[in-house]
Design a protein around this ligand. Structure first.
Ligand code: ATP
Length: 228
């Protein structure tokens, strides 16, 4: 069964339409890549899923329940953990306090997050604003995991990070997949993303223009929809 289903959603910012029929599904334990050039609607799709910019048409279901008209905190509470673009942690709390502040019951505990990101373990007492960008990203992912979400959404989690740190983040995502987590990933690093994704969904000008397994997302299609 699909954990998350979007059917032909349409989303607006005021009078300006950003999504014109986006369809996408994430099954249990699947990693789905949401791709497209800048401004094609990836972040808006995520905002629609979370009810931050609610879809005006179409249907969004999570865990078999229609969520299209629910408020954001209700949707999040159903079990969606977002790692937003540009990370966001509490700067004046320590790493440990940041992690514990979002904790909800489940398999993901402080110990498990530290096992995934040992660098965080070495910095538990440090204030979040003293971390490097990459460490803040790890903290943002750790915070989302501490909510024990059924679905994790990563919006540009590796953008702007040093190569070594990006590798650590990708290794963590691969491990999350191996552990059966369901993940929706927005990222531009195809070489890392494609091998670990079960399905790709590509947006162009607010429409789903490709949906299928990574093997079917050929070089031609990549050039057409992601090339500059
Ligand atoms: P990026 O990779 O640059 O984040 P994206 O694929 O996530 O791009 P969106 O941010 O979803 O794209 O933008 C989709 C469209 O909606 C764009 O045309 C953008 O200009 C428009 N848009 C985004 N946010 C707003 C806003 N707050 N108000 C009005 N229009 C917006």
């Amino acid at each position: 069964m699909s954990l998350l289903v979007l059917e032909e959603i349409e989303t607006f910012y005021g009078a300006s339409q950003a999504l014109f029929g986006v369809s996408l599904a994430v099954g249990e334990g699947e990693v789905v890549a949401l791709m497209g050039r800048n401004g094609m609607g990836k972040t808006t799709t995520i905002r629609s899923i979370l009810g931050l910019t609610p879809a005006r048409a179409g249907r969004i279901a999570f865990g078999g329940k229609a969520v299209t008209s629910l408020l954001p905190h209700r949707i999040a509470r159903l079990g969606i953990g977002l790692v937003p673009e540009g990370r966001r942690c509490f700067a004046n709390l320590t790493v440990e306090e940041n992690l514990l502040a979002s904790a909800r019951r489940g398999a993901w505990t402080l110990a498990k997050v530290v096992d995934l990101f040992p660098r965080l373990g070495e910095r538990l007492g440090q204030y979040a604003d003293t971390l490097s960008g990459g460490e803040q990203q790890m903290l943002a992912i750790g915070r989302a995991l501490m909510t024990n979400p059924k679905l994790l959404i990563l919006d540009e989690a590796t953008e702007g990070l040093a190569p070594v740190i990006r590798q650590d983040i990708w290794a963590a995502i691969r491990r999350l997949k191996a552990e059966g987590e369901s993940i929706l990933v927005v990222d531009k690093t195809l070489s890392e993303l494609l091998p670990l994704t079960d399905r790709c969904c590509v947006l162009e000008k607010g429409r789903t223009v490709f949906s299928g397994p990574p093997q079917a997302f050929t070089r031609d299609l990549q050039d057409r929809y992601l090339g500059v």
